[in-house]
Design a protein. Structure first.
Length: 124
């Protein structure tokens, strides 16, 4: 009967050279640029701004107008994604165009529906 070593040495694999440290990092963006490079990026920032306004309305008052504002922003984003060419879609393009539009419209319509259909609750 032969005894085996319970912890055999792992295979070290092929020899790999370490990365070279003298290559400077490069950015794809020009120095000092702070604006979106595509019209889709501008629309994306507008959707974020409108959603932030809606969130502010929710935080400071009645929640229904704030949720409706966010729903409108999402539907606006879907419309923008639908009409802006793929090369100019920027941050609006996450998946295929149809998938992006369907998801944005579905979430926007669901938020709008919920904001209109939930009954008022009596005060505590």
């Amino acid at each position: 009967m032969e005894l085996r070593d319970p912890d055999p040495e792992p295979d070290p694999g092929p020899d790999i050279d370490p990365p070279v440290d003298d290559v400077p990092p490069e950015s794809a963006e020009p120095d000092g640029r702070r604006y979106p490079s595509t019209i889709g990026g501008a629309f994306y920032l507008l959707v974020l701004l409108i959603s932030a306004v809606g969130l502010g309305l929710v935080a400071h008052g009645d929640w229904r107008p704030g949720v409706r504002c966010m729903a409108g922003a999402l539907v606006f984003g879907a419309a923008a994604r639908l009409v802006v060419p793929a090369q100019q879609a920027g941050m609006l393009a996450v998946r295929r165009r149809l998938v992006d539009v369907v998801i944005l419209v579905a979430v926007g319509v669901a938020l709008w529906f919920l904001s209109t259909s939930i009954p008022n609750q009596p005060p505590l």
